[in-house]
Design a protein around this ligand. Sequence first.
Ligand SMILES: [Mg+2]
Ligand SMILES: [Zn+2]
Length: 175
Amino acid sequence: MKHRGVFLDRDGVLNQAYGFRPPNNVSELRLLPGAAEAVRDLHQGGMKVFVVTNQGGVGLGYMTPQELDAIHRKLLAEIEQAGGHIDEIMACIHKPKEGCSCRKPKPGMLTALAAKYNIDLGKSFMVGDREVDIEAGMAAGTTTILIETENVPTKADHICDSLSTAAQLILELTC
Ligand SMILES: [Mg+2]
Ligand SMILES: [Zn+2]
């Protein structure tokens, strides 16, 4: 049987972003209010939870792969502490203009995880705070949810004000 998946963007969805800059080291990682509990609720609701994040700063030399790994280990630990579980964090570390197949808005990270974890993308969700997240989710065939940070036109199927409300919506839509 195939699983449902929830694909989460990282910066601005799970943790605080610094304008357009992500946290560049472990001490800058700050989970957003309610984010860990939202992941717990999705996990307890039987969803596989993944993080798909563009981290072009690694390719550009602003952050080492080791620093990115350390940030992700801490992120996983904080989610686990709240009773949640993330099945895998996948990051695109290529330079933004490198033309790779994984950098959102391309759907490469979602399709790779779907194949690895036996996910039905048509019964899955992509949650992000930027239109590139929504476009990647659409290209993969998921239902898309924009965490609204500003009043922009969006192609997203749904708009929520936080990951908490997005998680409740997903659980309502799938029950
Ligand atoms: Mg983001
Ligand atoms: Zn890439």
